[in-house]
Design a protein around this ligand. Sequence first.
Ligand SMILES: *Cc1c(COP(=O)(O)O)cnc(C)c1O
Length: 365
Amino acid sequence: MRPTRALIDLEALRYNYRLARELGGRKALAVVKADAYGHGAVRCARALEAEADGFGVACIEEALELREAGIRAPILLLEGFFEAAELELIDVHDLWTVVQADWQIDAIERARPSRPLTVWLKLDSGMHRLGLAPSQYRACLQRLQTMPQVGEVVAMTHFARADELDCPRTREQAALFTQTVEGLGIDGRPLPTSLGNSPALLGWPEVQGDWARPGLMLYGATPFAAPHPVADRLQPVMTVESQVIAISELPVGEPVGYGARFVTERPTRVGVVAMGYADGYPQFAPNGTPVMIDGRPGQVIGRVSMDMLTVDLTDHPDAGLGSRIELWGRQVRAGDLAARCATSAYRLLCGVKRVPRSVVGDSDA
Ligand SMILES: *Cc1c(COP(=O)(O)O)cnc(C)c1O
C-alpha cells in the first residue's frame, strides 16, 4: 500500500478547543466546515462533542452529515440558508441559522417552524462580503424580534483583517459592531454577540463577544505570518507523512525532476517520496522547502509532481528506502510550510486529498 498518511491527533484538537474558549472568555462554536478543514468533520465533532458549545458549518449538507452521525449539539449554518426550502430541514434537525440578507427574513416570516428558530443576525461591519449594512440592521432585528417564528437572536459580525496585527481595521469593525447593536436587546438584556474567528481570538483579546468562532486554530495552525506567543502554543492536529520509495545517486550537474528546476551542485543522493500535489502538497514548493527525514530537518529539491516529490538525502546517510518523511505536522508547522509556498495554512489543510486519515490519541473515535 502507498505509505502516505494523515494522522489526526484528537487530543490536540481538544487542547486547542479549550485554549480557544479560554481566550474567547465564554462560549465557543467549533467551526468544522469543509470537513473540519480536512480533518474529518464527524470525527472532530465527536471528539469535541462532550465539551463544545456548538459547531459551525458552511451549509446544510454539512450540518446534516453531523446530525446523521448522531451529533446532538447546536449546529450553526454560518452562511445561513441558500434557499427558503431549507427552513423545513433547519426546523426538523434543530439547526441554528445565520441571517445575512433581507430575503432570508421574508422567508422566515412565511415559514411555519414547529419551534422558534435561533437566528444569528449578521452585520457587515466592513468586510463587505456577507451581512446587513449598519443602516438596515436595527430594523431587520426588530422585525425578527416580533416574529413568533424566531426565538433567540445572536448578533454577529466577521473580521476581514484580524490576521494583520498592526492593522486598525479590526478595532474599527468591532467599534462599528458595538455601536450598531447597542441597546438592541430585549427587556433590558443585551443581545448575545459573536465576533472572533481564530486570528481575532489569538491576536485581539479586546474584541471578543459572547460566542467565539474558532476554526483554523482548533486544528493547531497559526493564522499569522510571524511567530506569536499565543498561536505558538497551539498543537498541530494533522501530521502528513510518507516514505522514501526510491533513491538515486547523482554526480554534479544532473537535473532532478520536471523542468530540471534543481541541478545537483555536489554528488547528491536523491530520495523520492510518495507525496505530490494531487495529495494536496503545494505544487510550487521551492527548492529548500523544509521536510523532516526520520525526524531530522531536510529539504525538498526539484519540482513537486502529481504523485511524488524529491528530497535531498545527501546529509542523511542513515536514511534509505522506507525512511519516514514528515511533510507537515508536529515538526514542520503547516503555517511555516504555507508561508514558504505562497499559500495559507487554511488552504494546505483543506486541500488534502487521496491521503487516508487515521486517528491517533483517541481510543473511541
Ligand atoms: C470559517 C469561519 C470562521 C472560522 O474562521 P477561522 O479563521 O478559521 O477561525 C468563523 N466565522 C465564520 C463566519 C466563518 O465563515
